[in-house]
Design a protein around this ligand. Structure first.
Ligand code: BTX
Length: 325
């Protein structure tokens, strides 16, 4: 808390000196403690000028999404109150799983980089350092496993709304777990849970969003994009991260109070899948059809050639647009 308060005071006085004595008085700590915290902040990447007589001046803050940087924009009741920020980790979902049983509801794990980021079905998720948002939210809802699957849609609606709010860019949802801009994937969602037959112990909602990368590996360059590529501008990851968390809590509450219907309506509104000819791949079974609806269980409804309809569960299927996304 003290480090956060020092940064808050230095930010309020950006490009001006704040004396060591002022910091001592405001925070009720010793001069030595101030000096120690300032050194820690410098090690965390804050550019702070120290002058013997004048005190401390914040010149620049680092482009990191730790709690100090995002908390001024956070408006949540409980999601993100416990916020774990890592420099590098294999996968934030894996880290979240390790701590989930003891972690409080709403704990967030964010890493600047993932070295083995995961998608569904063991696929790889490219997670470059400092260029994206690689985040997992730990939830302990009183929901059945069947209902918890729909948290993927809650996350999708939250990400789309956060992108609209912070950068006024329209993004669409490719059922069940991708966000698409201009036909390319900008975000993927990986929801995993630990559950008994009729109740979940915890759910981990993993969100990977490409923010500021300007290129992708060869195998992805035709199908992946970032907010930087789409806007030509470097995006403030701090506001965007906070906005996704704020929106997630908002839609999570709506889901708990009003059920899936409002989320379903929002998914339909932003869907790139509905109305498209798609190919459904589920293990060895493959078929083509037209995606026409999302039902109240979150299943995708496909109309096949003879006019009959099939409900497709999000679990293990791949849905590919026949004409691109
Ligand atoms: P998915 O299985 O739907 O998509 C994975 C596929 O997406 C890959 O096979 C590849 O073709 C493509 N892909 C890989 N990396 C990227 C990228 N950065 N941008 C666009 N396309 C890409 C989607 O799975 C779910 C991804 C969730 C990622 C988050 S990050 C935080 C959390 N931790 C973790 O390990 N995973 C989640």
């Amino acid at each position: 808390m003290i480090k956060e308060n020092i940064i808050k005071i230095l930010k309020e006085n950006k490009n001006k000196f704040v004396s060591g004595q002022q910091l001592c008085n405001k925070l009720n700590i010793s001069r030595t403690a101030v000096w120690k915290y300032i050194n820690e902040l410098k090690n965390n990447g804050y550019m702070i000028e120290s002058q013997h007589k004048s005190g401390y001046m914040l010149i620049n803050e680092p482009d990191i999404i730790d709690y100090i940087e995002i908390s001024p924009f956070l408006k949540t009741d409980f999601i993100g109150k416990n916020y774990i920020h890592l420099e590098s980790i294999s996968s934030t979902n894996d880290y979240a799983k390790e701590i989930a049983s003891k972690a409080e509801n709403g704990t967030i794990v964010v890493s600047e980089e993932q070295t083995s980021g995961r998608g569904r079905l063991g696929r790889k998720w490219v997670s470059e350092k400092g260029q994206g948002l690689w985040m997992s939210i730990i939830l302990k809802p009183e929901l059945t496993p069947q209902s918890s699957v729909k948290l993927t849609q809650v996350a999708a609606v939250s990400v789309v709304n956060a992108i609209i709010e912070t950068i006024e860019l329209n993004a669409s949802i490719k059922w069940p777990n991708d966000i698409i801009i201009n036909g390319k994937k900008i975000c993927g969602i990986l929801t995993e849970m630990n559950a008994e037959l009729d109740r979940v112990n915890y759910v981990i909602v993993g969100i990977g969003l490409n923010v500021n990368m300007n290129k992708f590996p060869d195998d992805l360059k035709d199908k992946a994009t970032s907010l930087f590529i789409e806007t030509g501008k470097k995006i403030d990851r701090k506001k965007l991260t906070a906005s996704i968390i704020n929106n997630f809590e908002k839609y999570y509450y709506i889901f708990l109070k009003e059920g899936f219907e409002p989320i379903r309506i929002s998914c339909l509104k932003h869907s790139v899948t509905i109305g498209s000819e798609v190919r459904v791949i589920s293990g060895k079974n493959e078929f083509n059809g037209k995606a026409v609806d999302i039902d109240n269980d979150g299943n995708l409804i496909i109309e096949i050639g003879d006019g009959s309809r099939k409900a497709v569960m999000s679990g293990d299927v791949s849905v590919r647009g026949i004409l691109g996304y």
